[in-house]
Design a protein around this ligand. Structure first.
Ligand SMILES: [Zn+2]
Length: 263
């Protein structure tokens, strides 16, 4: 139990840092300076920076200007904590001799890093409609490292699956962006497609892309029906790609089996 508690705390702290990345990368600010209130620019004290707890004790308001603090901050922290814990629990990584096995340790670090990147991508696309290169390129490298470690551990023969799974969606998305002249999707989505293919490999990439397209279409239609968006307005597609990647990471095999059972 204790290890889950620690990984949850680690997730909360990383989540706090992800909040900084989300806002500062999007606004092209340095990520190094002290944290400040976005309204009154007052530098925050240490006790205002404790993940989730500070938000609760300050009742969601800045101590200086009393403006409401966005729910984004505790939500991103909690999500990171929960996903980190779920990764260690669900993928059962620690019971494979994690501490003594450098391959599993690297594999776990890659997974936690990739989950962090996906959270940032989801939020920056939702909030600012951008996918920062500073996040997606390291995610791609991390996906490659994760696959290389997996090949080494499992001695897979079909080592080119992740490569094909990355390149084919990459070209498909690139084609879509060039044909629609970037009105539907952007180059950020093209890079995410490449990352997803390398990380999820074949056939899971198909699961993830189907999930993203279906959920995107459904939510898009709901928004149009509610008249929140017009038919031609841009939809932040990374907001569907990122969760689809996570769902596939955790349940990809089950979804493939279920699907093969139907046809
Ligand atoms: Zn303030």
């Amino acid at each position: 139990m204790l290890k889950y508690f620690f990984i949850f705390l680690l997730g909360l702290c990383i989540g706090s840092f992800l909040n900084v990345l989300i806002d500062r990368l999007s606004k092209r600010e340095s990520i190094l300076g002290r944290s400040y209130c976005p309204y009154c620019k007052r530098t925050l004290r240490w006790y205002e920076l404790i993940p989730v707890l500070s938000f609760v004790f300050l009742r969601g308001r800045c101590r200086g200007c009393k403006k409401r603090i966005s729910l984004q901050y505790p939500l991103v922290e909690l999500t990171t904590g929960v996903l980190f814990t779920a990764t260690v629990y669900y993928l059962n990584l620690t019971d494979k001799g994690l501490v003594f096995d450098i391959s599993h340790l690297i594999s776990l670090v890659c997974l936690l890093f990739i989950i962090s990147c996906l959270i940032v991508i989801f939020m920056t696309d939702l909030k600012y409609m951008i996918v920062p290169d500073e996040i997606i390129y390291p995610a791609i490298v991390s996906g490659i490292v994760y696959q290389v470690i997996n090949w080494r551990m499992a001695r897979l023969e079909n080592w080119y699956y992740p490569l094909l799974a990355g390149v084919v969606p990459f070209l498909f998305f690139l084609f879509l962006v060039l044909v629609t002249k970037g009105k539907g999707m952007g180059f950020g989505d093209v890079k995410i497609a490449l990352f997803m293919g390398i990380f999820l490999s074949w056939p899971n990439i198909l699961v993830a892309l189907s999930l993203a397209f279906f959920s995107g279409a459904i939510i898009g239609l709901i928004l149009v029906a509610l008249k929140k968006k017009g038919l031609k307005s841009e939809i932040p597609f990374a907001c569907f790609l990122a969760p689809a990647t996570l769902v596939t990471l955790f349940w990809g095999e089950q979804i493939v089996e279920w699907y093969l059972g139907i046809i």
